[in-house]
Design a binder for this molecule. Structure first.
Ligand code: ADP
Ligand code: 5GP
Length: 208
């Protein structure tokens, strides 16, 4: 599968991987980015979790069952996948590989395990698309709890599980290129779009 990331030896679009503890505001911020930047293509992941209110199949995720997920693993269709909160989530190779004529950048909204895996994969591939990683943190755990409650659709037990996992994820944020605190939404968005703009201006031919 590696050769499909080579893009004829020339890096083309960027791959932005954005993570955040569940409830931080990653979906909100990434949707703002997709609205403003028509040339960023959000990757739609596959998941075995059930749909939340307002989510659409093929837009938020491809909602599939365990047998379908197993089949995709077996057939090597995922560049990465992870077990999160007891459900599986995966990024298909085909979602991160733009065709050779594409000028699109790709946006992945994935968890820390997925980013760890992608960093390893991309490091090993010469001339791969450049991976840019961004971690979004909530201003505090109590803000995170408020946001999760506001979004709704989860039990007390699941809520406390997500808060505990948030602590583990924040501890791993050192692997990311950028960190943004999502306190004021507009300010956080300004930071996120500034990263995109700056990364697009990076000199690809800089001498070492
Ligand atoms: P995630 O994708 O990280 O799980 P969401 O984007 O679904 O999080 O946001 C969770 C909830 O928090 C939503 O109700 C959203 O409107 C709200 N939210 C997002 N950013 C902020 C912010 N800066 N201040 C207050 N509420 C926010
Ligand atoms: P949610 O159920 O709240 O939509 O997502 C739960 C977590 O799964 C979030 O941290 C989200 O970023 C992560 N996630 C979504 N898709 C993928 C994926 O394809 N791969 C990985 N590793 N994580 C994903």
């Amino acid at each position: 599968m590696d050769e499909i990331l080579h893009l004829n030896g020339k890096p083309k679009g960027l791959v932005f991987a954005v993570s955040a503890p569940s409830g931080t505001g990653k979906t909100t911020l990434c949707s703002m980015l997709s609205v403003e930047f028509g040339n960023i293509k959000p990757s739609v992941s596959y998941t075995t979790r059930t749909k939340r209110k307002g989510e659409k199949d093929g837009v938020s995720y491809y909602f599939i069952n365990d047998a379908e997920f197993d089949k995709m693993i077996k057939e090597g269709e995922f560049i990465e996948w992870a077990n999160i909160f007891g459900k599986r989530y995966g990024t298909a190779y085909k979602s991160v590989v733009a065709d050779n004529n594409s000028l699109f950048d790709i946006l992945l909204e994935i968890d820390v395990q997925g980013v760890e895996r992608l960093i390893k994969i991309y490091r090993g591939i010469k001339n791969a698309n450049r991976l840019v990683t961004v971690f979004i943190t909530p201003p505090s755990y109590s803000d995170l709890q408020t946001r999760l409650l506001k979004r709704g659709g989860m039990s007390e037990e699941e809520l406390s599980r997500r808060i505990n996992i948030a602590g583990v994820e924040v501890k791993k944020s050192g692997i990311y290129d950028y960190i943004i605190t999502n306190d004021d939404l507009d300010e956080a968005y300004l930071k996120l779009k500034s990263i995109v703009i700056a990364e697009r201006c990076r000199n690809k031919f800089k001498l070492d």
